[in-house]
Design a protein around this ligand. Structure first.
Ligand code: PYC
Length: 315
């Protein structure tokens, strides 16, 4: 590290959920697939991940995004998403933030874009009015009505689904899904996550379910449902969660409650809304999620090698 390493970033928020996009100064990960580059990031630069998003430069709610050269020259960009504790396969709000940021920089025009991620290439439409639609990877419900006993809370019944990350989605539950109840919602969803793990309830191939999603009624007629999404590092998503909404669409389709092309308006805990719909091709559910991001900062992060907290507050 040079005495003062500078990392060029642009911060944005999508429906309240922040994204910090690294434009320059990030680790050199080679030119392999995004999956391979993620392996290198995780193995060799995990301290850098934490230093970018955690205190003192960030907080546990920031999602980081490393802008990468794509493998395919027809793609607009590659990206690796990460958070306070690790890495995300895909990130819906983060992809909306990425597209809005590239537009803000004048690097892209309204129209269709392809974004490479470690779990596959997603599409993104930048609309003329600044909204962004993410055309996500095929999403699926992998298990229906899975019951888990949660110590101190009782039994919960939910679906296991993948929308770019693994989710446990609970429809019928007694808690109020509202911003003034986030402490209780955080406690119960954290307990559910631990109980799933303790009981060996996983996604396909034993993949850990690291996002828990509770649903309740929306605050008004402008939405169909409201959610609370607990993210892997115990922070809750301020947005309705793009991958969580994708998982929800896959479950609604599997239950016969939503048809291809029908719009689902998913409200998040702050009241902000993502519009979702899906197509079915070859039996697979392809969700599209629309939202909007706003730029909040353009800056350099400074890594001063003389700063004892340079790589974070926790040694
Ligand atoms: O929008 O997909 C999403 C997401 C995942 C974690 C935080 N946001």
């Amino acid at each position: 590290m040079t005495p003062h390493q500078r990392i060029r970033v642009i911060d944005s928020h999508t429906a309240g959920e922040p994204t910090r996009l690294i434009l320059a100064g990030g680790p050199e990960l080679g030119d392999g697939s995004l999956e391979r580059r993620l392996e290198t990031f995780r193995r060799d630069y995990d301290a850098f991940r934490s230093a970018v998003v955690n205190e003192p430069r960030g907080s546990d709610i920031i999602v980081g995004a490393l802008l990468c050269e794509p493998v395919d020259p027809h793609s607009t960009a590659g990206v690796i998403f990460f958070n306070n504790v690790g890495y995300l396969g895909m990130c819906g709000h983060g992809t909306i933030g990425l597209i809005a940021t590239l537009s803000h920089l004048g690097k892209i025009e309204p129209g269709e874009h392809r974004i490479e991620t470690p779990v596959g290439t997603v599409g993104a439409t930048l609309h003329a009015d600044g909204r962004v639609t993410v055309h996500n990877l095929p999403s699926r419900r992998s298990a229906a009505r899975v019951t888990v006993q949660v110590p101190g809370y009782g039994a919960f019944c939910g679906d296991v689904a993948w929308g770019g990350n693994w989710f446990y989605l609970v429809e019928e539950q007694p808690y109020t899904v509202a911003i003034d109840n986030v402490e209780e919602l955080t406690a119960v969803t954290w307990a559910i996550r631990q109980a799933l793990s303790a009981n060996g309830i996983t996604g396909d191939d034993g993949k850990e379910i690291d996002h828990i999603e509770l649903f309740g009624p929306p605050s008004g007629p402008e939405a169909d449902s409201r959610n609370f999404v607990l993210c892997p590092g115990k922070a809750y998503d301020r947005s309705p969660c793009g991958t969580g909404t994708s998982a929800k669409l896959a479950c609604l389709y599997a239950k016969g409650k939503l048809r291809p092309g029908q719009v689902w308006r998913q409200q998040g805990i702050l009241g902000s809304i993502f519009e979702g719909s899906f197509n079915v091709r070859d039996g697979n559910v392809y969700p599209s999620i629309t939202g909007r991001a706003y730029i909040t900062a353009e800056t350099d992060l400074v890594f001063d090698k003389n700063d004892p907290s340079c790589m974070g507050l926790v040694p």
